[in-house]
Design a protein around this ligand. Structure first.
Ligand SMILES: [Zn+2]
Length: 68
């Protein structure tokens, strides 16, 4: 999963997808899910079927900056 961290960071920063960390192609689909105030992201490469799921990281980030 850690291979996808850079992909995730680029997606959050530039709001666009990069290269699949497994096969290097750019045919990666992003699915965003909202559960109340939690948000999760799923990345799925349509070429090699590699995938990664990140859950609730936006909320964690907010909590960290609030420091309450
Ligand atoms: Zn791939």
């Amino acid at each position: 999963m850690s291979k996808w961290i850079n992909f995730l960071l680029q997606y959050c920063k530039e709001n666009k997808t990069g290269k699949c960390p497994a096969c290097g192609k750019t045919n990666v689909e992003v699915q965003e899910h909202s559960n109340g105030n939690r948000k999760s992201l799923t990345f799925l490469c349509k070429d090699c079927k590699a995938s990664a799921h990140f859950d609730g990281f936006l909320e964690n980030e907010k909590n960290a900056t609030k420091n309450r």
